[in-house]
Design a protein around this ligand. Structure first.
Ligand SMILES: Nc1ncnc2c1ncn2[C@@H]1O[C@H](COP(=O)(O)OP(=O)(O)O)[C@@H](O)[C@H]1O
Ligand SMILES: [Mg+2]
Length: 331
């Protein structure tokens, strides 16, 4: 029990073994979540990443009590949900899928109404309008707004309660590049003020720069998680690119390294060496045979490559990947 208590102190969000199968008479059963796990620590900006149809929205809707799961457990701010959702609801702001607003209301009226309903002081309305950059258009009707402006209004509504945990499903949808950058700056600012932010996205580039940690989901299961640097390190394979002073020596160098226990890929102008603890070992081993290294560089991976690899969504020449990757299960 002790360890569980320690986890409870820092984890703002915990999901364990979550399962959800959608059933419809016409289309049969579709497994959207298949034992999904996720942990978000306090004070982080956490990226919830996965391709279309991988189960992100289902997870968030389940977490907020909008869908009933078929199994697993969840806790928000240390409270089990959905059982104790009412005791944490006031400390969680969320937008899941684009919320609908009354088209004839202005942003100002919309937020004012929501503030009253949520017992939030009216002064907060101007604050959130300023934060999301809608101040100057706040008196215009929502029906005259662009998609990006509606998205900003949605974020403003989620911020009204000044929540401890902010959950945004695909917040960058419909935003222009400037808007995406502003959104990122805002998330950073909120996080610096102590708020924990969970952002889902199917487009890695939108959120990669601002996330402290990520959960990557594919086919309703977690395929990677942790601080961005750790996820990268785990999937870079620790490879090093080795070039020699004389390219003619590459194949003998490859033989030497293989004989010494490394895995080596012989390329036209370099070696790709893996299975090596320390790159210096390569230099030493080769120098011992009078082969001199001119360049030794760790293989760098970016989060996008890891994402594509783990989710099986890397493009394959001549193939058209189908969007619905979910597992069909017998009804
Ligand atoms: N109401 C529903 N009825 C049936 N299937 C659904 C429903 N909502 C989502 N799904 C299916 O569940 C899978 C996961 O969807 P979703 O959670 O929306 O993924 P994401 O948000 O990652 O794009 C998809 O295959 C989707 O078609
Ligand atoms: Mg979604």
């Amino acid at each position: 029990m002790h360890t569980q208590y320690v986890v409870g102190v820092t984890a703002v969000l915990e999901i364990e073994g979550l399962r959800k199968t959608y059933r419809s008479r016409r289309k049969g059963a579709r497994r959207a979540l298949d034992g999904f796990d996720m942990v978000v620590e306090a004070g982080q900006v956490h990226g919830f990443l996965g391709p279309n149809g991988s189960g992100k929205t289902t997870t968030l809707r389940t977490l907020l009590g909008l869908i009933r799961p078929n199994g697993g457990r969840m806790a928000i701010l240390g409270e089990e949900v959905p059982a104790r959702l009412s005791s944490v609801a006031g400390r969680v702001g969320a937008i899941v899928e684009s919320p609908q607003f009354f088209p004839h209301f202005s942003a100002q009226d919309t937020l004012s109404l929501l503030a009253d309903a949520g017992e939030v002081p009216q002064a907060r309305v101007a604050e959130v309008l300023e934060l999301v950059g809608l101040r100057d258009r706040a008196k215009e009707r929502v029906k005259t707004y662009s998609l990006g402006m509606k998205q900003r209004l949605a974020v403003a509504s989620a911020l009204l309660k000044n929540p401890q945990l902010l959950i945004l499903d695909e917040p960058a949808n419909g935003l222009d590049p400037g808007g995406i950058r502003e959104m990122r700056d805002l998330m950073r600012q909120l996080s610096a003020s102590g708020m924990t932010v969970v952002l889902s996205s199917h487009i890695l580039g939108e959120v990669q720069q601002i996330c402290d940690s990520v959960t990557i989901i594919s086919l309703g299961r977690r395929v990677a998680s942790g601080p961005v640097a750790e996820v990268l390190a785990q999937h870079s394979g620790g490879g090093v690119v080795v070039r020699l002073e004389s390219a003619g020596d590459l194949s003998s160098a490859a033989q030497v390294l293989v004989a010494a226990g490394a895995r080596v890929d012989l390329k036209p102008d370099h070696l790709l060496v893996t299975g090596v603890d320390k790159p210096a070992w390569v230099t030493r081993t080769l120098a011992g045979r009078e082969l001199y290294v001119s360049e030794l560089a760790p293989v760098t991976v970016d989060l996008e490559s890891v994402f594509l690899e783990l989710t099986g969504t890397a493009p394959v020449a001549g193939q058209h990947r189908q969007v619905d990757q979910s597992v069909e299960v017998p009804a």
